[in-house]
Design a protein around this ligand. Sequence first.
Ligand code: URA
Length: 276
Amino acid sequence: MDEMDEVRALVRGVREHLAWLERGGVTGVPRRKGLVPAARAVVSAPVVSAPVVSAPVVSAPVVEAAAPPRIVRADGHGREGLRVIREDLGECFRCNLAPTRKNIVFGVGSPDASLVFIGEGPGMDEDRTGEPFVGKAGQLLDKMIVAMGLLREEVYICNIVKCHPPGPGTSPNRAPEPDEIEACEPFLQRQLAAIRPRLLVALGGVAAKALLHTTAGIMALRGQWKSYQGVPLMPTFHPAYLLRSPDKKRDAWSDLQMVMAEMDRLGLPRRSTPAR
Ligand code: URA
């Protein structure tokens, strides 16, 4: 192999590596005209100069480019930020909820929340405002959060699907379909990977079933620790259901007490005397 062959092999290697990074989900990788600076330096280095063919120079750009494949713009802790995930979601048309939605309801709350609440899907109020749980059910959820010794701003709140599933006929909402859940779940997973919560609460049967990939109903699931993506998850009743069935509030509170006990055991901050 002469020096030109070595340089061509190097260029090919760098291109293959860039393609591999992109296949791994890394976006913003510089293409042909703008290879990573170190690679460009070596690719354009004079063929005649001895260091180009020496092993250390040849391997340097590949090592530099061999960053973790799935994470692009990190927050300093090796995590991608929620803003990047929101940008990637864009004006989403990945499922058939898109044409009728007014706003994508991405999620709200602390990006460092130790507790994340996951609901079913935006209702009409949320579709209008772009924020999850702002209607009557949301007001009850806020009270539940405060009763746990927390504030809405201290937790993170999102949904299984980010767009409002319009109801059939005159009903305001329908449950999201499996293909809609499937299209949205990668974004939820990335949000959770970014936030790194210690505990999750699934609000209602639709959320619990979707997260746990089960057909079991909320009556069977609630009040027991499960796990989603390795994070302990407590299924409980949806606040909208509690508004219709106030007698179930006692059970929901017992589920949330289990969450509070786990928070305390893990040393996660919350006001010690819950407001009721
Ligand atoms: N119900 C949900 O499941 N999510 C919301 O955001 C609002 C109501």
